[in-house]
Design a protein around this ligand. Sequence first.
Ligand code: M6R
Length: 605
Amino acid sequence: MCGIVGYVGRQQARDIILHGLKELEYRGYDSAGMAVADKEGTYVRKAVGRVENLAEAVNREQPEGTCAIGHTRWATHGGATENNCHPHQSGRVTLIHNGIIENYKELAGILANEGRTPVSETDSEILAMFLDARYDGDPIKTMRECLPEVEGSYAICVLFADHPDEIYIARLGSPLIYGTTSDGAYVASDIVAILAYTDTYSVLPEGAVARLRTDEVRVITFNGRNIKPPVETVSWNVESAKKDGYEYYMLKEIHEEYDALQATLRPRIIHALPDFSADNVEDEFFKQVDRIVISACGTALHAGMVGSHLLEQLLRIETRVEIASEFRYGNPILDERTLLIVISQSGETADTLAALRLANERGAKTLAIVNVKGSAIAREAQRVLYTHAGPEIAVASTKAYAVQMGLIYLIALRFGLVTCRLDEPTVAHQITRLMETVDLIPDILAREKEIEAVAKELIHEEHLFFIGRGIDYALSLEGSLKLKEISYIHSEAYAAGELKHGTISLISEGMPVIAICSQDRLIPKMISNIREVESRGAKVIFITNEDYTGDEGKSQWRINIPKTDAFYTAIPVSIILQLIAYYVSYHKGLDVDHPRNLAKSVTVE
Ligand code: M6R
């Protein structure tokens, strides 16, 4: 949801900003803009579409200056037009913003009474106008006075025309980090934007303003206290945020799943048992829990669905999976005997954060599975377990999904052990089976060409179905989401047995149906469902265990899953589905990493 970057220092700023924007493009790519401050005035350039459009103009115009800010936009208020593009200027203020100003209409009303009218349709411009209207020559004072009146979420970088060597920053709800080197100070929505210059950073606290100068960053709270936020070091290097010879990040990230799972799981397996003592998640935390609720959005939600099968079937504990955007409106049952597990790659997703806050308020136990260190969800959950996927850049989530599933398996097994639902030998056996499944990933990737060939057959389709039962239904939902998201082919995921209650009327001659059959005990039932769709003209892609030799209907294609434990088939199957989606999008000639209308982190409700 919009990426922001800024630099003030000894170097020319424009290339640093363009580089940062390129890295942040995953956060939105409706338009991009840049402002470079100089004693002579502030240069502003905006361009609709991708950062390369902005770069073309900036490279032609070569603005000079060592203090600049840049923005890449995912449109919320107002269309993707140049007028709505950031930076927004009002008098002496130039501002970029990530988030949503919820009371912008109220602020606009106050400003209208003062004779001020916006030129764009954005909430962000109102904030620029508000700061300008109250500006008395002291940027820190102005921001400390104005920002407590602003509702919603924001991460902002502000240039004041009479302070051309300084950037002022603040945030509420949206991410913002800053870092310093001997060359100057950097600020960004995400460390990837500035990782080429520094691997240490601080998270700007909420309720504070920071002033960035070449040699100094001063952070001061709204009530006037100077503070020094802790300095963090990134645990991965700049190379891991590069494409590494792959044409798209998505394919690279699929190929990183084995390493990501090893990095997430191995350090937490001690003497063959799951162990979270190094994460400060003590066994006591899992005790006195009667029910588990898992809440998340999109792919993370689907990871939760897969995990819930293990929790209910192996541990026999009641587990509900709730769409985070619906959760708080349903007056959910949450008490001190409920464990809410939230799952989020970015740790920023507004709906997931809201679900977490509600559970915290109602006295439930809360545990977050998060990939981004120090993110809002990680900070607000009572306990956090980090996945170690490294940076996930492609908008379509792949390796983050794999590690989310892996970590829920571990949580389930530790939970089972400490609540005596499972004994040690059972847990140790399950851990062995899980890690054996992870070891099958290279086997799946060796079948990439075969999967690509099937995907190529689908590129001209307009509609498609995924069907499955049990875990395979949860996998169908994810396979379908991935395909829709990046290939723009309409698809539906259906519980295979439910199709005949209405939706089967949509099956027509030649329609592809991807049937996922990884659960031995359910294959005969799935075969009946496959026959039902085939007899209505569907062509079936049969994804099943390699040792299955029984009836497979008249399936057109078959993709084999290496034999593994039924609980963990989600790991190989999801890679097959990710590769199908990737190659359909790729062979359609689409921009796989930047699907239309989307952004990586969804920080609005
Ligand atoms: O950062 P999060 O894991 O909280 O994001 C949740 C969803 O927005 C995300 O998983 C989305 O569905 C993916 N882009 C799908 O590939």
